[in-house]
Design a protein around this ligand. Structure first.
Ligand SMILES: *Cc1c(COP(=O)(O)O)cnc(C)c1O
Length: 405
């Protein structure tokens, strides 16, 4: 079966837009992807026909809303290879999922316990641990990177010790594109007696995720970066660990029985889902997973990889081009600077030519510090991008480069 990118683009009305007389070339997919019609239809259907609070009513509408959300939970479970729907917790996104782990699993840590991160982490996999460090006196260590943007695995191994209680690392870097060897890192963390958490915000959109094969204890991701709605995400957690962890937030839906003489917790996963969840977007997330599975995540990955190698080789021909992150097997993210041009100026001029890229520190300031830059320009690809769009990026860069020096 050939990859029919034109048919696929028809599901994304946003891609038909023009900006300043140029067709929109959307290359900010690592920040958020565009949304196909079927997902928007699912959201619309949920609000227009099935809006009732979940798990609370005996009435039919409430039953339907509950069924749609629980069907979504099962769909997510199968998609990531989790053993049970009790291990699938709906959150607002990756950020909330990691905060949940840091706040709740963090309660089991004590002063002097060590948490290992890496310098390539997004702020949402750094700051929750810093908040925990301020509360509980844990020690944070960060694994450095090698010049090509891959992790320094020797440094990682030397950091692991009996004091290591948790390792949390991105599956793929939102800046460098580096795909980390999470299964191997997880085995080594477990051998040291630590639990292993994966920030999958850039993994789930581009790879088949099998939490059993990785062996991880936690895996966090956001729907909006994988063609789904904003405001919904998932924390996968291993059941035995989740059972040992205290609730993260208190409220409705998360209690077994509430009384002023003492309250008991609901069973998993509801113990970690206080309050009314985003049930419409959770249900609509299944439409995004259907979209991905309709193409095949491996086919998407091959298509994106083709765009990555094509765009990279053409960009390298531009004088003064510096690309950050060249690790083998990286995913389709290209961070770059042209000569001494400021990333913001480059991004602004590209916008005037219809090209949407990200500029700045990409919520990864420690990584910027390690790279010795203040920020970069980032082009990132998704299932619907084309070689013609990669050409448009390269032509635009050639056009603006003389203006920037
Ligand atoms: C986007 C991103 C996050 C944060 O995701 P939210 O959807 O904003 O919660 C975390 N880590 C990485 C690697 C990301 O790219």
């Amino acid at each position: 079966m050939s990859y029919d990118v034109d048919a696929l683009r028809e599901q994304f009305p946003a891609l038909d837009r023009s900006l300043y007389g140029h067709p929109l070339v959307y290359l900010d997919n690592a920040a958020t992807s565009q949304t196909p019609l079927r997902v928007v239809d699912a959201i619309r259907d949920g609000y227009l026909h099935r809006k009732a609070n979940v798990h609370r009513g005996v009435h039919t509408l409430s039953q339907e809303a509950t069924d749609a959300m629980e069907h979504a939970r099962e769909r997510v479970r199968a998609h990531i290879g989790a053993a049970s729907t009790r291990e699938v917790i709906f959150t607002r996104g990756t950020t909330e999922a990691i905060n949940l782990v840091a706040a709740s699993y963090g309660e089991l840590l004590t002063e002097g316990d060590e948490v290992i991160l890496t310098v390539m982490e997004h702020h949402s996999n750094i700051v929750p641990w810093q908040l925990l460090a301020a509360r509980r006196g844990i020690v944070i260590k960060a694994v450095p990177i090698l010049p090509d943007g891959s992790l320094d695995m020797d440094a990682y191994r030397s950091m692991l010790s009996p004091r290591t209680r948790l390792v949390s690392v991105c599956h793929a870097s939102n800046v460098l594109g580096t795909v980390n060897p999470v299964a191997e890192m997880c085995r080594e963390a477990h051998a040291a007696g630590a639990v292993f958490c994966v920030d999958g915000a850039q993994g789930a959109p581009h790879m088949r995720i099998d939490v059993g094969a990785i062996g991880c204890d936690f895996y966090a991701f956001s729907a909006h970066k994988m063609y789904g709605p904003a405001g919904i995400g998932v924390l996968y957690g291993r059941e035995e660990l989740l059972n040992r962890m205290p609730p993260y937030q208190g409220g409705g839906e998360m209690i077994g029985r509430c009384s002023f003489s003492g309250t008991t917790w609901a069973e998993l996963p509801y113990k970690f889902e206080a309050g009314t969840p985003d049930f419409v977007d959770a249900a609509a997330f299944t439409a995004a997973l259907d979209f991905i599975d309709g193409i095949g995540i491996e086919a998407i990955a091959r298509h994106e990889h083709d765009l990555l190698t094509y765009a990279t080789s053409r960009m390298m021909e531009i004088p003064g081009m510096r690309i950050f992150g060249t690790a083998p097997g990286k995913c389709a993210v290209i961070s770059f600077l042209i000569g001494n041009a400021h990333h913001y100026d480059t991004g602004m001029l590209l916008d005037k030519l219809g090209i949407a890229v990200r500029t700045g520190h990409h919520c990864a300031q420690p990584l910027m510090e390690a790279l010795g830059v203040e920020g970069t320009v980032r082009a990132s690809f998704a299932a619907y991008n084309t070689r013609a769009e990669a050409d448009a990026l390269v032509e635009a860069l050639r056009r603006i480069a003389p203006l920037l020096s």
